[in-house]
Design a binder for this molecule. Structure first.
Ligand code: C2O
Ligand code: CU
Length: 469
C-alpha cells in the first residue's frame, strides 16, 4: 500500500512506537527543494572537485520560475548537518514565509521539512538562499535564482528581448585542493573588513561559463550577485547593455557600460548580439584592484543568425506605481558603525552597554545605531501603510549592502544629491561617507529583518529588524 498522508497519520495515531517511516511519503504534489551536501566541479578539471552544500544537488540551485501573481510552493527538505531555512530574497512575501530562521520561523533541523507557500506579487529577477548561518551556508552554495515573469508576456513584443538568460554569480574561496577554505568560515578578521572574499568567481557554477547566444538576437540577461561579500563591477564590452531593471524593478532605461552589483543585488540588462559576431564576447569583472578579469563569455550557439535588432529597447511595464506620500513621512536613521579602522568603542548587546573588548569576545564588531545585533527590540515600528523615509549613514571605512526584508524602497538621494533615477530596490550599496536616503511604504505587516548583505557583517552586528502594523 503506498503511503499517503492519511495512512501516515493513521499509523502515527494507532501505534505509539511506530516504526521509522520513509521520510518522503507525502501524498501531495508539492515540489521538493532539498538541501544536502553535494560535490561540484568548480576548479578547472584536473584540480579536483569541491564538496559543497546545495539545493537539488546543483549550483546554483534549481531555478524557481513563476508568473507574477502566481504561487510558489516548495517543500523544503533539510538534509544538511545544520538547521536551515529558505529566504526568498526580495519577494514581498507574507511574513511567515520569509524564511528568516529563528525569527520568522523555527530553524528546520537536520532531517526536518518545512512547507513554503506564497504568492510572488511582483515580476522580476529574485533569488533564494539559506537564512541560517548564512555566512557559512550561502558560501557553501545554498542559493538559487527565483524568476518572476511579467504577468503579460514581454518577450516577443516589439523592441523587447527575443530571449533571456539567467546569470548567477558567486564567489568561492577555494584551497589548492579545490575544497572550500573552511578554516576561514567565521573569521573575525574577514568580518571586520570587507567580509569573507573568495578567490574564484563563477557564473552559474562555472569558472568559464560559455553562455550560448544567437547572432542578431536581443537578449535579456538577468544578473544576480549571490556572493556573500564581494561587490561585483561588471562590463560587457562591445555589447552596449541597456539597463531595464534593478533588483527586479523596471527602471527608466539607460546605458549601463558598468554594472555594479553588491551582494544580493540584481540587474536586468538587454544586449543586442551582432549578426556578425565572430568571437566570444567576454563578461568582465573588476577584482577590486582596477583589474578587469574575464569571468565568462557569450558564445555563438550555432543557430542561424537573426536580422539585426535596430529599434529602441522596450521598457518593462511599470508595476508598483503607488505614490510615496513624502509630505510627512516617518523619519528614521540607520547609522552603520564599527569594523576595522572604524573605532567602535561601545555598543549595546544583550541590553547592556559593552566596551570594545566585550564586543570582540562576543564576535560583534559592527553596530547599527549603537546596537551590535541585539534582537530584543526593533530599530523602529511603523503603522501599516505609513511612508518611512530612512537615512542610511555609513560611519565605517567599508561598503555595505543594506537589505530590507518584505519591502521595496525607492532611492531618493545619494551623497546629499537627489538621485535622478529614484530606482526601486530591496538592497542598496552604501559607501563610506555617502549617505543614502531611501523611502518605502510599510505595507507588509509583520516583523522584518534589516541587515547588511555582506553576510559576515550581518553575523557580527549589522542586523536589526522593524515591525509593521
Ligand atoms: Cu538575502 Cu536577510 O537576506
Ligand atoms: Cu556590511
Amino acid at each position: 500500500m503506498p503511503l499517503t498522508r492519511r495512512t501516515l497519520l493513521a499509523t502515527a495515531a494507532s501505534t505509539l512506537a511506530a516504526p521509522a517511516l520513509p521520510r518522503f511519503a507525502w501524498a501531495d504534489d508539492t515540489p521538493i527543494l532539498r538541501a544536502a551536501p553535494a560535490v561540484a566541479q568548480i576548479a578547472p578539471k584536473g584540480y579536483g572537485t569541491t564538496p559543497i552544500w546545495s539545493y537539488g544537488g546543483m549550483i546554483p540551485g534549481p531555478e524557481v520560475r513563476v508568473r507574477a501573481g502566481e504561487r510558489v510552493r516548495r517543500r523544503f527538505v533539510n538534509d544538511l548537518p545544520q538547521p536551515s531555512a529558505v529566504h526568498w530574497h526580495g519577494i514581498r512575501i507574507t511574513n511567515a514565509m520569509d524564511g528568516a530562521a529563528g525569527f520568522t520561523q523555527d530553524p528546520v533541523p537536520p532531517g526536518g521539512t518545512f512547507g513554503y507557500d506564497f504568492v510572488a506579487p511582483d515580476p522580476g529577477t529574485y533569488w533564494y538562499h539559506a537564512h541560517a548561518r548564512s555566512w557559512e551556508q550561502v558560501s557553501r552554495g545554498l542559493a538559487g535564482p527565483l524568476i518572476v515573469e511579467e504577468a503579460e508576456v514581454w518577450t516577443g513584443l516589439e523592441g523587447a528581448a527575443t530571449r533571456e538568460a539567467t546569470l548567477m554569480l558567486a564567489d568561492w574561496r577555494l584551497q589548492e585542493d579545490a575544497a572550500l577554505h573552511e578554516a576561514s568560515f567565521g573569521d573575525l578578521h574577514d568580518w571586520s573588513h570587507a567580509g569573507r572574499l573568495g578567490n574564484t568567481v563563477t557564473i552559474n557554477g562555472s569558472i568559464d561559463a560559455a553562455i550560448p547566444v544567437r547572432r542578431g538576437e536581443r537578449l535579456r540577461l538577468r544578473l544576480i550577485n549571490s556572493a556573500t561579500a564581494r561587490v561585483m563591477p561588471l562590463r560587457l564590452p562591445g555589447l552596449s547593455p541597456v539597463l531595464i531593471a534593478l533588483d527586479g524593478h523596471p527602471v527608466a532605461l539607460r546605458a549601463a557600460e558598468e554594472i555594479v552589483l553588491a551582494p544580493a543585488q540584481r540587474a536586468d540588462v538587454v544586449v543586442d548580439v551582432s549578426p556578425e559576431m565572430d568571437a566570444p564576447l567576454p563578461i568582465l569583472m573588476d577584482t577590486g584592484r582596477d583589474e578587469w578579469i574575464e569571468i565568462g563569455a557569450l558564445v555563438d550557439g550555432g543557430e542561424t543568425p537573426l536580422p539585426p535588432q535596430d529599434g529602441p529597447v522596450r521598457a518593462l511595464p511599470m508595476t508598483m506605481d503607488h505614490a510615496l506620500g513624502l509630505t510627512a513621512p516617518q523619519e528614521e536613521v540607520l547609522r552603520m558603525e564599527g569594523g576595522a579602522m572604524g573605532g567602535l568603542r561601545r555598543a549595546h548587546l544583550g541590553g547592556v552597554d559593552r566596551d570594545f573588548r566585550e564586543l570582540v569576545a562576543a564576535r560583534r564588531v559592527w553596530a547599527f545605531n549603537g546596537v551590535a545585533g541585539d534582537m530584543d527590540a526593533p530599530a523602529f515600528r511603523a503603522a501599516l501603510g505609513r511612508t518611512v523615509r530612512m537615512r542610511l549613514v555609513n560611519d565605517t571605512a567599508w561598503a555595505h549592502g543594506i537589505h530590507l526584508h518584505g519591502h521595496h524602497f525607492e532611492v531618493l538621494s545619494r551623497g546629499g544629491r537627489p538621485d535622478p533615477h529614484r530606482d526601486r530596490r530591496d538592497t542598496v550599496l552604501v559607501m563610506p561617507d555617502e549617505p543614502v536616503e531611501i523611502a518605502f511604504i510599510a505595507d507588509n505587516p509583520g516583523r522584518w529583518l534589516l541587515h547588511c548583505h555582506m553576510l559576515g557583517h550581518q553575523a557580527s552586528g549589522m542586523l536589526t529588524w522593524f515591525e509593521v502594523g
